[in-house]
Write a protein that binds this ligand. Structure first.
Ligand code: MRU
Length: 361
């Protein structure tokens, strides 16, 4: 990545060698407080994912890969390799229970598991220390590849940002959601590095406010001014012809292109189609789940009612009122103009484009 595209903060990093720890930029306290959260166990990592200290599909995947390395620290380096593999499988269950929708979590864990199984096969009678070394380098590889995929998404998406145009984004699919410069925000960073001027509108993204707290902060850290709006205002902006394109991230994309992303994305897709606004999804290959034929099969996380009953810690609804709080919705492929990936821009018919893309080396 060129120097002018380096992010001024680090969302997550591994500190030290095989006995090291996972350092997360704690997103629960942004933008008020910028502080690190250090995870030293797999349980702490699962809790950090569940409570949104680290969030965003690709970042969750990378954190889980490092979380598995933390779990293996409990197996002594001299113990038999099989013991390490058993530990890994138990830790995958712990991490897998943290959040169900982002497939990147399961993708990263399966990749770590395949790597562990291969290590056991190629070192009969070996010790867990070998496994720990091997898995830490796999987690580093997952992290480095994620950075690279973000950069490529940025380069493929950059031509879609019109000079003098206006882009609307929802939630946070930027650097805070990945190990690199993000997915949905990456084309904006690349376009800006080439001197292009544009306006960015940021949905606040109720109830957890990832747009207001995270995207607005992240863009500001990168010198990009943004305009914040309540989610309910986006339709009016689009109807007024003031948005050229909507760009969002994804938590899971089914084989037919149906896309799970932050709650509220579906509404944006419907409105964008109604008013002839381009609607782009930006995502790396780790976000596609070809085992699911359509979005109907994507598991949707339900979050605690308290997130809706209160605002910034202050109660805004009658105590005990029932709450509907799905964290994600599914935007039907029909509403998606194109999917920006690390290998290029996929256009409808999406089922075929996705199949061809995932087969591309
Ligand atoms: O609940 P969150 O904050 O993890 O939701 C994140 C999103 O919906 C993002 O748009 C998605 O994970 C893509 S991140 C590149």
């Amino acid at each position: 990545m060129k120097n002018d595209l380096q992010m001024p903060f680090q969302t997550l990093r591994w500190q030290g060698g095989i006995d090291g720890s996972l350092v997360l930029l704690d997103q629960r306290t942004l933008p008020g407080q910028v502080c690190d959260l250090i995870c030293t166990t797999v349980e702490e990592t699962a809790e950090a994912i569940r409570t949104l200290a680290v969030r965003g599909a690709p970042a969750i995947g990378v954190a889980a890969a490092y979380g598995l390395c933390l779990g293996l620290q409990t197996a002594g380096t001299d113990e038999p390799l099989d013991k390490g593999l058993e530990q890994l499988q138990a830790d995958m269950v712990t991490l897998g229970r943290s959040r169900p929708t982002a497939v990147n979590l399961f993708w990263a864990m399966q990749r770590m598991c395949r790597c562990a199984e291969q290590c056991v096969r190629s070192h009969p009678g070996g010790i867990a220390g070998i496994l720990r070394e091997r898995l830490l380098s796999e987690a580093h590889a997952i992290c480095a590849e994620d950075k690279d995929m973000c950069e490529r998404i940025g380069r493929h998406g950059e031509p879609l940002i019109p000079d003098g145009g206006a882009i609307l984004t929802h939630c946070n699919a930027g650097a805070l959601a990945t190990a690199g410069m993000g997915t949905a925000l990456a084309p904006l960073y690349v376009a800006r590095s080439k001197g292009r001027q544009f306006t960015v509108y940021v949905d606040e993204t109720r109830p957890v406010l990832q747009g207001a707290r995270l995207t607005a902060w992240e863009l500001g850290q990168n010198g990009i001014q943004a305009t914040l709006l309540c989610d309910t205002m986006a339709a009016t902006l689009m109807k007024a012809g003031r948005i050229d394109a909507v760009i969002v991230g994804a938590d899971r994309i089914a084989a037919n292109g149906d896309t799970a992303n932050k709650i509220g994305t579906l509404g944006l897709g419907i409105v964008a189609k109604e008013y002839g606004v381009s609607f782009y999804v930006a995502a790396p290959s780790s976000t596609f789940d070809l085992s699911l034929a359509s979005g109907q099969e994507i598991p949707i996380e339900q979050r605690p009612g308290e997130e809706v009953r209160s605002f910034a810690g202050v109660s805004v609804a009658p105590e005990g009122i029932g709450v509907y709080n799905p964290a994600f919705d599914v935007t039907d492929a029909d509403y998606i103009t194109a999917i920006i990936t690390e290998k290029g821009v996929l256009r409808p018919p999406l089922s075929k484009a996705i199949k061809d893309y995932l087969e591309l080396k």
